[in-house]
Design a binder for this molecule. Structure first.
Ligand code: ZN
Ligand code: ZN
Length: 249
């Protein structure tokens, strides 16, 4: 049967096929679960870490300690957290989100993010980073919005999927330096729904945080529009060389 003929039944096929590991594709005994091999390869992030951006810090660091980058240039967000370092099976999940089984993957990612979110304030508003940098090959599908939708559902906090808008197409940030990335996103975002964010704690959602330039640009816009505070939650944090040495394996 051709793919076109099968298309209307993909939902059904999904139901009858056994669940597969989101990292490597082997059959596992439950939905949204990594196989033992992939689970062992995940690099979990947690304390001791930068109080601001969440990168792992050496063990002697105390809870309020900040990394060199955040000290040198404080980001516009108050706090960024991710459950996992980018790479290995976590990277596979990020890449797989644009293919089928989006809902179970996005839900699994949101659940992992909720575990590191801490106590969400009552006025938390869930906002995805708009028009993903990979939108060209993802044909308009916004991974961040899909994760944000699931995060809103499981956290019970409202979603404002269109609060932010990307007004300037940004070039691929791959391989760019920290400074070039920051320049790349200047003026790239605008707050489309200021009435929604005013006075609230905005929880910005994305799949990957790299240097933080994108989320910091979004946070600056949101704060200028009257957001009380901006926090960032991503599924993975792409650590620079050396930073991953302290990740919990
Ligand atoms: Zn696996
Ligand atoms: Zn930091």
């Amino acid at each position: 049967m051709t793919a076109a003929l099968l298309a209307p039944f993909t939902g059904l096929i999904d139901l009858v096929l056994p669940p597969r590991c989101p990292g490597c594709g082997v059959i596992v005994d439950g939905d949204d679960r990594f196989c033992a091999n992939c689970f062992n390869e995940l690099a979990f992030l947690g304390p001791p870490q930068c109080a601001c951006c969440g990168v792992p810090l050496p063990h002697e660091a105390d809870a309020a300690a900040r990394c060199g980058a955040c000290l040198a240039e404080p980001p516009a967000f108050a706090r960024a957290r991710a459950p996992l370092a980018y790479g290995g099976p976590a990277r596979q999940v990020v890449l797989a989100l644009k293919h089928g089984r989006r809902l179970p993957l996005a839900r699994m990612m949101a659940m992992a993010m909720l575990r590191v979110a801490g106590a969400l304030p009552d006025d938390a508003l869930i906002v995805p980073v708009p028009s993903h940098r990979w939108r060209l090959w993802s044909r308009g599908f916004n991974q961040a919005a899909e994760i944000a939708r699931q995060f809103s559902r499981i956290s019970g906090r409202p979603l404002a999927v269109d609060a932010l808008d990307r007004i300037k197409p940004t070039a691929s940030t791959k391989g760019l330096t920290r400074q070039a990335r920051r320049k790349n996103v200047v003026g790239a975002f605008r707050v489309a729904r200021p009435e929604l964010v005013r006075g609230r704690c905005v929880i910005l959602i994305d799949d990957v945080m790299t240097t933080g330039a994108t989320v910091s640009a979004c946070a600056a816009r949101l704060k200028r529009a009257g957001a009380r505070q901006v926090e960032v939650l991503t599924y993975t944090h792409a650590l620079r060389e050396g930073q991953g040495n302290f990740a919990i394996r």
